[in-house]
Design a protein around this ligand. Sequence first.
Ligand SMILES: NC(=O)c1ccc[n+]([C@@H]2O[C@H](COP(=O)([O-])OP(=O)(O)OC[C@H]3O[C@@H](n4cnc5c(N)ncnc54)[C@H](OP(=O)(O)O)[C@@H]3O)[C@@H](O)[C@H]2O)c1
Length: 250
Amino acid sequence: MRIAVAGATGTLGRLVVEAVRTAGHDAVPLSRGSGIDLMTGSGLADALSGASAVIDASSTNSTSAKESISFFGTVTRHLLAAERAAAVPHHVAISIIGAAEADTGYYAGKAVQEEILRAQGSGWSVLRAAQFHEFAAQLLCHGRIGPLQVAPAMRSQPIAAAEVAGELVEIAGGEPRGFAPTSRVRARSAWSTWSGAISRRPDSADRSSRCRSRAPGTEHAGRHAASRARRTPRPAGFHRLARHADRMSR
Ligand SMILES: NC(=O)c1ccc[n+]([C@@H]2O[C@H](COP(=O)([O-])OP(=O)(O)OC[C@H]3O[C@@H](n4cnc5c(N)ncnc54)[C@H](OP(=O)(O)O)[C@@H]3O)[C@@H](O)[C@H]2O)c1
């Protein structure tokens, strides 16, 4: 299967490209670096030729509602038009839990993205995820005002971007399903994150990573964490919790 990935250089997009290849599909990374601008639509027609699905993992850094609406509205319309022209049957988008009810800041753009897809009738899937573990590092990168570092307060039950990437690829490999349930992702993430956390050692090299790389300390929070954790001595109650997490993820 040929799967195109919009936003292929981003925090999530890079992991989606990896997950597409791991699943044995052909990945077509769409990025400005390879001449595809989602805001103008240039280069899209050729890139989508022969694709069975498009996973949209693009994003803007802007927290302005106006700019976010413009970005997600324009990108979604350009992708859908190019998909129609290239007869791509499935558009898969990532949204954020609660974004549809929000009309402020960045979330307003996500709400518009969902609205546009809902209006399509068929041929689309949307996975709503919580903030990624990597989001903390993204906030730090984008939250600088001159010499000041802004650290907004918020409550979240974050998820590893690698888990979301895997789920998006699984969705892209099936029939369009509209809004996909999020519960399975959360249960699976809780398990892999927790098992990764107990086997993790701080790695000072990661602290100096650049903005788009994985957040400090979350480097093992994805799928590979479980195999690493299997080789690690378990604290009391581990196996009971593991069985519970396993039941939840089915
Ligand atoms: N981060 C989170 O915690 C979180 C949680 C839930 C859902 N999401 C959703 O996940 C998606 C990806 O988020 P992210 O945090 O991974 O984003 P990100 O790291 O900021 O990456 C954004 C991507 O979009 C690309 N892009 C931006 N403008 C473009 C343009 N005009 N043409 C082509 N490509 C363009 C960037 O490419 P360049 O290399 O060219 O800049 C980059 O690959 C978003 O829809 C977001 O709402 C994120």
